[in-house]
Design a protein around this ligand. Structure first.
Ligand SMILES: [Zn+2]
Length: 493
């Protein structure tokens, strides 16, 4: 039995989004609970598909005593403000002062960038290490999209990343950390640690584990772990981050340096060999994608899904671009439904005019690509408070909250407007307001891959569609300045 402090501080930062991310974004409830501290961690987070929830459940089964510190996560967005970072770090480190613990478990994303730190999680771990001293093991979990630096890999004693994208095994990553706990305590400070960085970036959509080569690479992890006794992680990286350590990496932790190196080398070789497989993925331009979907819909028995990946809020995009909506209107698409368009102003107006009323513009209005509003008469066809119970395994949050929500319609195109920015993960995103997504011909989703956990089963075909947005599918389109020398901007690029 050990006494383990538990905490979490997660953000995936798109450094190309101009607005800073303030503490309010961490405090707000949305697709998951807002920031929590102390005992509330047990009541608010238990049972959710989160690393800390998986860790709590398994560690409690193994009779460990948990000291809950603080947990906070914001929707992916721009650089985290210095004040927000310091507040999040203090919430974790202050209640730990003077406590006797045997280990610390911390849930991180691994792609947080702040005003002062390009490698924010390593800074957090550095301060944690300084506070607890060199002998208390630090265990953690990372998102599959972590941009891992050498420090982030080597300061802690054990890290394990999700192995699915969509992240249906998010909670399982915490379970895994708890299952390895005794071995990590045995290894102690002499554990072997290995870190390898890939020489190329992988576009976000092609890392989806429902497709190859990604699926096969993650299946390989378990084989190598069984044969070497090392704990392995493969991080795909998060491309829209202008930092030195952007991109895929491999991590290994083991009883000895030789085992860690052997395991890391085997997985790293497989990652390098998969480069041409990643390069083979070909998305379609929005004009071509809409034309193809309309043609396909004629004979399809299920909806054709267009993934509007470049405006994916899960990659920090504003989720308010109109390229796909305007293209569907221009080509005269029928029985089309698009969501989630983040436009609190239009949602408020829709609630004011009521069902049957009209509003004259949607979306856009900001700076950046795809910000031309979708104009014309949009008739309000449904309203809700945006609260629903989501059932997709990716985020099984009992209560998802989108704030005031509406469906508006022009021609054959319906759009779901919401007030709290998030990805469409659950069928209930639409069905809670009376729109069964199974009943439409074309479904446009502002998401890269997470939607697949809820929507793949209802899709005739999924097309990655390139409409303007802040999350370019092709990392080579990003104006990088700080990435490390020699890194190629796409597979075989
Ligand atoms: Zn991720």
């Amino acid at each position: 039995m050990a006494r383990i402090a538990i905490a979490g501080f997660l953000h995936e930062t798109n450094t190309f989004v101009p607005a800073l991310t303030e503490w309010e974004a961490f405090a707000q409830e949305g697709a998951w609970p807002g920031a929590v501290t102390g005992e509330d961690i047990f009541t608010r987070l238990a049972g959710l598909n989160l690393g800390i929830a998986g860790f709590m459940e398994e560690a409690t089964k193994r009779n460990h005593v948990l000291l809950p510190l603080a947990w906070a996560m914001a929707q992916p967005s721009g650089v985290v403000s210095h004040a927000a970072f310091e507040r999040g770090v203090a919430a974790i480190l202050d209640p730990l002062k003077g406590q006797r613990v045997d280990a610390v478990y911390i849930e991180l994303h691994g792609a947080m960038v702040t005003e002062h730190y390009d490698d924010a999680e390593a800074e957090l771990l550095r301060r944690l290490r300084a506070q607890i001293g060199p002998h208390i093991p630090i265990l953690g979990t990372l998102d599959l999209h972590a941009n891992v630096s050498r420090d982030l890999a080597l300061i802690p004693d054990f890290l394990t990343s999700y192995r699915t994208y969509p992240h249906t095994d998010w909670g399982l990553s915490g379970t895994r950390a708890a299952l390895w706990f005794e071995r990590v305590m045995e290894w102690g400070v002499t554990a072997g640690k290995a870190f390898r960085q890939a020489p190329f970036l992988v576009p976000v959509t092609t890392g989806c584990t429902y497709t190859e080569p990604s699926g096969g690479l993650y299946r390989l992890i378990e084989t190598i772990e069984a044969e070497t006794g090392a704990a392995l992680s493969l991080n795909m990286g998060f491309p829209p981050a202008d930092i030195a350590d952007v991109g895929p990496s491999v991590l290994a932790y083991a009883a000895s340096q030789a085992s860690a190196d052997e395991a890391a080398d085997r997985l790293f070789a497989a990652l390098l060999a998969a480069e041409s497989g990643f390069a083979a993925h070909q998305p379609r331009a929005v004009h071509e994608a809409v034309g193809y979907a309309m043609q396909r819909a004629v004979s399809a028995s299920k909806p054709v899904i267009l993934a509007d990946t470049q405006d994916n809020p899960g990659a920090g995009s504003p989720s308010n671009t109109t390229g796909l909506i305007n293209e569907l209107l221009a080509q005269g698409a029928d029985h089309a439904l698009v969501g989630i368009l983040h436009d609190p102003d239009a949602a408020r107006k829709a609630h004011e005019v009521g069902i049957g009323g009209e509003i004259d513009r949607l979306g856009g209005g900001g700076t950046g690509p795809g910000q031309e509003p979708a104009r014309g008469a949009w008739r309000v066809t449904a309203l809700s408070d945006g609260r629903f119970n989501g059932t997709a395994p990716m985020l099984r949050n009992k209560h998802s909250s989108m704030g005031p929500t509406a469906i508006v319609k022009q021609g054959g195109v319906e759009v779901l407007l919401a007030s709290i920015r998030q990805q469409p993960i659950h069928l209930e995103t639409f069905s809670h307001i009376g729109r069964d997504p199974r009943g439409v011909s074309i479904l446009g989703l502002k998401s890269s891959a997470h939607f697949r956990a809820g929507f793949q089963a209802i899709a005739e075909e999924i097309i990655v569609c390139l409409a303007p947005g802040d999350n370019p599918e092709d990392p080579a389109a990003l104006p990088f300045k700080k990435i490390r020398k020699g890194l190629r901007l796409k597979p075989q690029g």
